[in-house]
Design a protein around this ligand. Structure first.
Ligand SMILES: [Zn+2]
Ligand SMILES: [Zn+2]
Length: 238
């Protein structure tokens, strides 16, 4: 369990307690949710997470496999964030497993509620996120002899394929031509690492496409620097 991932002190501490137990009781190493499922009959039921359920396990020792009950006096070591005045310090404790289980028992009721509130919040945030319509944005900067202009094209297509790139470029050239008139040379480069730019289809079709717009000279390079979703194109107007 990568405890350093938990920014929240309560999560971090509960994780430390579980890790300490897991050095003897392997099944405690599976993470919060697995552990809570062992002590709660239903972690989605409010009665269980608010400690009002009669059927939930009241004592964490009840979920310790029998073979480990003889190891209650074994020394285990665990870490714990504690507040000392206005500072938070990481402490180390070495004590009997029974002591650690007692600590876990004390923390459990409050952690159950804390955990479920966090999960509900996360689900709400995710469902809000995924309920929004998603779009692709193709961005581009065009350097022309007398000005520099940024463009952003928005599409419902989420494929990010070479065909999408082709359509984006066509629309872009149309727009540039509309705004700035005819051009004869173009230098194209992309700072994206994406294969939708670096493929034969684009290499072969781009000259023909640009010729349709009256462009006679095409040159370009694809830079290696990785910048997701940011594609650039430089135009030199003659
Ligand atoms: Zn937390
Ligand atoms: Zn219950």
């Amino acid at each position: 369990m990568p405890h350093n991932m938990y920014v929240c002190m309560r999560h971090a501490n509960f994780s430390f307690l579980l890790m300490g137990c897991a050095t003897v009781i392997e099944c405690f190493s599976e993470g919060f949710e697995t552990f809570l499922k062992l002590v709660c009959c239903n972690i989605e039921n409010e009665n269980c997470t608010t400690n009002d359920c009669e059927k939930c396990k009241k004592d964490v020792k009840d979920i310790v496999p029998l073979k480990h009950l003889s190891k209650m006096d074994a020394n285990v070591k665990w870490q714990y964030w504690r507040k000392l005045g206005d500072r938070v310090v990481l402490t180390y404790t070495v004590a009997a497993l029974s002591h650690l289980l007692h600590e876990l028992q004390v923390q459990l009721p409050i952690f159950k509620q804390h955990f479920i509130v966090k999960v509900v919040c996360q689900n709400e945030i995710q469902s809000a996120h995924f309920n929004y319509r998603q779009v692709s944005i193709f961005t581009c900067v065009a350097w022309m002899f007398n000005e520099t202009k940024s463009f952003a094209e928005i599409s419902d297509s989420l494929h990010h394929s070479k065909i999408d790139v082709q359509v984006f470029i066509t629309k872009l050239i149309q727009e540039i031509k509309k705004q700035h008139g005819k051009f004869e040379s173009i230098f194209v480069f992309s700072d994206g690492s994406s294969s939708q730019f670096k493929n034969k289809f684009i290499t072969w079709s781009l000259p023909d496409l640009l010729a349709e717009f009256g462009c006679k000279n095409l040159s370009g390079t694809i830079l290696q620097r990785h910048m997701v979703k940011v594609q650039s194109m430089a135009l030199e107007q003659l």
